[in-house]
Design a protein around this ligand. Structure first.
Ligand SMILES: NC(=O)c1ccc[n+]([C@@H]2O[C@H](COP(=O)([O-])OP(=O)(O)OC[C@H]3O[C@@H](n4cnc5c(N)ncnc54)[C@H](O)[C@@H]3O)[C@@H](O)[C@H]2O)c1
Ligand SMILES: O=P(O)(O)OC[C@@H](O)[C@@H](O)[C@H](O)[C@H](O)CO
Length: 494
């Protein structure tokens, strides 16, 4: 049966369905970047609240700008905004739920005027984002807003027909201001350190470029809370879709599969109110930074630590890598000896247990996360999650050997051929740059590190380049597994 309001009553009892009257839910949030993660995380939390009879005025209106978002528009239109969330436990059991908190979807290229009007609707009080790290338009060299991006240039030249998130959100805010309405909160939920601050800087820069006085108003009036978000959510596969049909008789064109673990730590900085997220397990705190650092430097950095070595060693599934003791010990050692010294202690958080739990989470075979997903967009990830660990450790004169080996594994991967001569498809907005740099390894083994916009001046520091060159050479001569063995045997004698 096709998932929709009309078929909800026929859903089998092992699948939970919204216990609230969806016709009473109204939109209070516009979300940009409705993908797998948003639907496994924020929309799920809101659905939990609604199931408690609360937050019915905080329904979500998705908004898309990318050509690929047309598919989400059509899928959600067909299912009245609903989808199946399949939570996979490590023992093979699962919890399956139809999520009902998304009630509308606007594909902005269809009608940018309607999209701006939606953003100016007084009922909308939060605009949230999961638009990926690349969606913040940060110039990698300067760290500033990239005013040269053609989409941004077009929106600045023709602000009445906005096409980017920056153009649309700014137009919505401007209209609200003209109409004497309060602004909305802009809530980033992307894996970026200081995601609220980065969003504030980037949206502020766009608004200023549009009109200086408006930029000042945005900086003074629009809050940008920081958050730490966590739930491993792989890309939905055709097998996942078929499984939902075969197991439950539900025809859902785009279900979501995720792990059982979920966490959201959120700064309480909102204008015009917010849902009572704390009632459904969200941690509302004054300072998110230590939580963010913990998650990005332990979880996201070890995803980088396992994916290039894993790919080179011939793996395609994350759980197979995590279950290999050599890899698990390498990741644990990186976390304990290099990442943890850069983290602040957090009340109630046992960092050693957190690290062990990560290996357990990665080992969940039912989640079926892929090495390919983790290897994408490396140039947005290694510089943001791993290089800050390196810089802090070098400043404190601490060891960086394992971090250097992770960077070397990326450099080897970027050469574009694996250990049995198969081509590697590099998915990265800087794919041609990183491939060009990696292609020079034979003549200049430090060529990759000379990409200053990615690595700063670490190429000049022998404490980093020595273990980096050793790892890279070993990767070329001995391969990934033997290199990890060598690194671990050297580490045990330190
Ligand atoms: N998947 C996870 O495990 C996970 C966990 C925690 C946080 N996140 C965060 O969520 C983000 C999205 O992950 P996902 O798994 O939902 O990916 P996804 O590919 O399913 O969805 C990404 C969404 O972002 C949109 N998007 C991409 N670039 C954009 C741009 N420049 N402007 C506007 N929209 C843009 C896409 O159209 C899509 O709607 C990640 O990049 C990360 O920051 C993901
Ligand atoms: O989604 P990205 O691109 O920010 O990073 C890839 C993964 O490390 C990430 O999606 C994790 O699975 C996630 O952060 C877990 O909460």
């Amino acid at each position: 049966m096709k998932l929709s309001n009309a078929t909800l009553a026929q859903i089998p009892s092992e699948v939970a369905v919204p216990a609230y009257d969806r016709s009473k839910v109204t939109a209070g949030i516009v979300h940009f970047g409705v993908g797998g993660f948003h639907r496994a995380h924020q929309a799920m939390y809101l659905d939990r609240l609604m199931n408690q009879g609360q937050a019915l005025e905080w329904g979500i209106c998705g908004m898309g700008i990318m050509p690929s978002d047309a598919r989400m528009r059509d899928t959600l239109r067909d299912s009245d905004g609903m989808y199946t969330l399949v939570v996979k436990n490590p023992d093979g059991s699962r919890e399956v739920r139809v999520i009902g908190s998304i009630i509308d979807y606007v594909y902005a290229p269809d009608d940018s005027h309607a999209a701006v009007e939606k953003l100016a609707d007084p009922a909308i009080r939060i605009v949230s984002l999961t638009v990926t790290e690349g969606g913040y338009n940060v110039n990698p060299v300067t760290g500033e807003f990239d005013l040269g991006n053609p989409g941004i240039v077009a929106d600045l030249n023709d602000p009445a027909q906005p096409k980017t998130t920056f153009g649309l959100i700014s137009a919505g805010l401007k209209l609200r201001r003209e109409r004497g309405l309060d602004p909305f909160t802009i809530m980033s939920c992307d894996n970026i350190q200081g995601n609220g601050e980065v969003a504030q800087k980037m949206f502020g820069a766009f608004a200023t470029a549009l009109d200086e006085e408006f930029g000042t108003w945005v900086q003074a009036n629009v809050p940008f809370p920081n958050s730490m978000v966590d739930r491993i959510t792989p890309v939905t596969t055709e097998a996942d879709r078929q499984d939902v049909t075969d197991s439950y008789g539900i025809e859902d064109a785009w279900p979501v599969v995720c792990e059982d673990f979920v966490q959201w730590v959120l700064e309480d900085k909102f204008v015009s109110g917010r849902p009572e997220f704390e009632q459904v397990g969200v941690q509302i705190v004054a300072d998110v930074v230590p939580y963010e650092l913990m998650k990005l430097r332990l979880l996201n950095a070890t995803h980088q630590g396992l994916c290039y070595f894993g790919h080179l060693a011939g793996y395609s599934a994350v759980h197979d890598v995590a279950r290999n003791e050599l890899f698990a010990q390498f990741l644990l050692r990186y976390m304990r000896t290099e990442a943890e010294p850069t983290l602040e202690a957090l009340p109630g958080v046992d960092l050693a247990a957190y690290q062990d739990k990560l290996i357990e989470r990665y080992s969940n075979e039912y989640v079926a996360d892929t090495i390919a997903r983790l290897c994408a967009d490396s140039s947005d990830r290694i510089p943001k999650w791993l290089m800050p660990v390196v810089r802090e450790n070098l400043a404190a004169d601490r060891d960086v050997s394992l971090s250097a080996a992770i960077v070397a594994s990326w450099a080897r991967y970027a050469e574009g051929t694996d250990e049995v001569g198969e081509p590697i498809q590099i998915v990265d907005r800087l794919a041609s740059e990183v491939r060009t740099a990696a292609a020079k390894h034979a003549e200049d083994p430090l060529a990759f590190l000379r990409q200053q916009d990615l690595f700063g001046d670490v190429v000049n520091d022998e404490r980093f380049t020595k273990p980096y060159l050793e790892a890279l050479e070993s990767l070329h001569i001995n391969g990934a597994i033997a290199t990890l063995e060598l690194i671990m045997s050297q580490a045990s004698t330190r």
